[in-house]
Ligand binder design. Structure first.
Ligand SMILES: CC(C)(COP(=O)(O)OP(=O)(O)OC[C@H]1O[C@@H](n2cnc3c(N)ncnc32)[C@H](O)[C@@H]1OP(=O)(O)O)[C@@H](O)C(=O)NCCC(=O)NCCS
Length: 395
């Protein structure tokens, strides 16, 4: 078995049969490969590693060049995708070897964090990943938002085809990348595919010309559902404008279904407002995303409210292993090598859970991601207060 990097142009002859067999209904139609080939221009900047034997593709892994906000700092992120092996080649350790190489290579290419959507989280926990929240879905009848129909909000919403609204939508995601913890975006090459999506509407909310909210959606049927993507807003006014827009569909659709981050509390959107908010996770199709640090340097510059320091040892991970002093100074974290006795011994998943704000030190220990003494636990809890990330991107 040999591993080599393949270009986007080589993917139709190599990844296509592996990935289509793994993720799509099959056998597939002849034109499927042609459609796949046409999409490959959006994958020019992705890293694709292939394991093959005598020219036959056996397994592959890929990483998209993305960026992510981690506690206020924007990092290059490897968005892992296309993790597949041929049924004949499964359970032979090929994917383990490919993943190990991919994480090292993407780090060398400059990514200091990584994220993925797992078919089974325990598989990726062994590669240092830890779970972060999956989006929530709010489902409600538009009449529940009737109060907004009469509200005189200082802004406007326009409905466009995604082909026309893409630039504004994309610019908003780039603004939110700078502002929202966990928010992740594709690079320009990959994002360009969404400009060509004639099947999606996008509603753009503006105040004094400035974009303050955007949501993609489609209407399933008259009297049926309006199915929306992520409700992207810069704050409450953007949200109110988009909800008001949904409310105007009261005589057209029975229900609105919209995706949200875990910070949103839809039952507070109105009085007498009936809504079901669901966070549904199951495997392999609806996994919550997972994240990890690829480099300890990713911690430098993250926002923290504490002016404290602690020494930790990271174990069990080739990319992060070592002893470090992590301190909070003037609102940001700093990290450097240390020879002091560590107050905490953490796995990559444990340190990543703290950095992303999904577990506190007590939970890190309970989950088996390390050992933390009482004093170090206090400091780590203050340096890394819990704060739920909202990934947004789906890949
Ligand atoms: C998931 C998949 C890629 C695993 O491939 P594989 O070739 O069996 O993986 P490997 O042999 O390299 O296994 C790596 C390790 O994970 C373990 N592992 C494999 N499948 C696992 C599972 N379902 N759950 C937990 N651990 C698993 C292996 O035992 C091995 O452990 P080891 O290194 O201690 O021996 C393959 O089954 C597949 O293509 N599935 C369909 C597509 C898919 O779901 N892809 C993942 C998308 S996120």
């Amino acid at each position: 078995m040999q591993i080599r990097q393949v270009s986007a142009g080589e993917r139709p002859g190599t990844f296509f049969p592996l990935a289509t067999y793994a993720f799509m209904p099959s056998p597939w139609e002849d034109e499927a490969r042609e459609k796949y080939a046409q999409r490959m221009r959006f994958y020019e900047t992705a890293t694709s590693l292939l394991a093959e034997e005598d020219g036959r593709p056996l397994a592959g892994v890929g990483a998209l060049a993305m960026r992510q906000n981690v506690r206020g700092a924007v990092r290059d992120m490897a968005g892992v995708f296309s993790v597949v092996s041929d049924p004949d080649a499964r359970r032979k350790g090929y994917v383990r070897e490919l993943m190990t190489r991919l994480l090292r290579q993407t780090r060398e290419q400059g990514s200091s964090v990584s994220a993925l959507y797992p078919f089974r989280p325990s598989f990726y926990e062994r590669f240092g990943y830890v779970g972060v929240p999956r989006f929530r879905t709010a489902t409600f009848a538009p009449e529940g938002l009737a109060h907004l129909l009469k509200a005189d909000l200082p802004g406007e919403v326009r409905r466009l085809h995604m082909t026309e609204g893409f630039d504004d939508y994309n610019a908003l995601t780039l603004r939110l990348l700078g502002e929202q913890h966990g928010f992740a975006v594709y690079d320009e090459t990959r994002a360009a595919e969404f400009r060509e999506k004639p099947s999606a509407w996008v509603a753009i909310a503006r105040v004094d010309g400035e974009v303050v909210g955007a949501v993609t959606y489609r209407v399933d049927s008259y009297g049926g559902d309006l199915v929306a993507g992520d409700l992207l807003t810069t704050g409450p006014l953007g949200r109110a404008l988009l909800l008001q827009f949904f409310a105007r569909h009261v005589d057209q659709v029975a229900r609105v279904v919209v995706r949200l981050g875990t910070d949103e509390v839809p039952e507070l959107w109105g009085t007498d407002f009936s809504v079901t908010t669901e966070g549904r996770v199951d495997h392999p199709r609806r996994g919550g995303p997972m994240v990890r640090l690829l480099s300890i340097d990713a911690l430098n510059g993250l926002h923290t409210p504490a002016e404290l320091a602690v020494t930790v040892e990271v174990i069990g991970d080739d990319l992060l292993a070592g002893r470090y002093r992590i301190s909070g100074e003037a609102g940001t974290l700093a990290v450097g090598k240390s020879t002091d006795e560590p107050g905490a011994t953490l796995t990559c998943a444990g340190l990543s859970a703290l950095a992303y704000g999904v577990l506190d030190p007590v939970e890190v220990v309970i989950r088996g991601f390390g050992q933390v003494d009482a004093a170090a636990g206090e400091v780590l809890g203050a340096l890394f207060p819990k704060r739920m990330p909202y990934l947004f991107a789906d890949f």
